[in-house]
Design a binder for this molecule. Structure first.
Ligand code: ZN
Ligand code: ZN
Length: 172
């Protein structure tokens, strides 16, 4: 090999290596922080971001990160065996009434009580509400008036009267 060609090849190799160094972004040895629903994967050192947003971290129907409410009352209504006789559902509420027609007759007043109470128990658990809440609901007296409880992403209110039954309302 002629010396000129050898020099040319050596130069070419050096130039190629320099280009690699300049354009491959070797400046930061990135340390990626996992993407969340509000921020893409971000380098802890230089702040560079990569890719799109991550998944929501949903617990009991609410994202722990961005607070978005994913509670689906329609799905809960279906899954907890609700009936349109004693339950009502909308985009932002679900209510259950153990004595929907407000019968004062003791036999009639209990017609749907068993089904409705079972559904209330189920709904409470689906919404991640504490298990003692059901006990509080069924031991509410008329003189207690309307009771409330604030869960994660859901507010609960209920009242009891012997003539109108236990009425529980869940709202977002
Ligand atoms: Zn970096
Ligand atoms: Zn989120």
């Amino acid at each position: 090999m002629k010396p000129k060609i050898r020099i040319f090849i050596t130069l070419a190799i050096i130039v190629t290596l320099l280009c690699c160094l300049l354009f491959s972004g070797c400046g930061c040895d990135h340390e990626w922080e996992t993407a969340t629903c509000t921020t893409p994967a971000t380098c802890k050192k230089c702040g560079k971001t990569e890719g799109g947003l991550g998944e929501h971290s949903i617990k009991n129907g609410v994202c722990l990160n961005c607070g978005k409410n994913f509670i689906d009352f329609f799905a809960i209504y279906e899954n907890c065996g609700c009936s349109d006789i004693w339950a009502e559902v909308g985009e932002d509420y679900l209510s259950v009434d153990t004595n929907p027609h407000d019968f004062s007759d003791s036999t009639l007043s209990l017609l749907w009580a068993e089904d409705a109470l079972a559904a209330i128990k189920e709904i409470n658990s689906k919404l991640g509400l504490p298990s003692y809440l059901y006990q509080e609901m069924v031991s509410t007296r008329a003189i207690d008036g309307r009771q409330t409880y604030a869960g994660s992403g859901v507010n609960v209110s209920w009242r009891f009267h012997p003539d109108s039954g236990l009425e529980v309302r869940y709202t977002k």
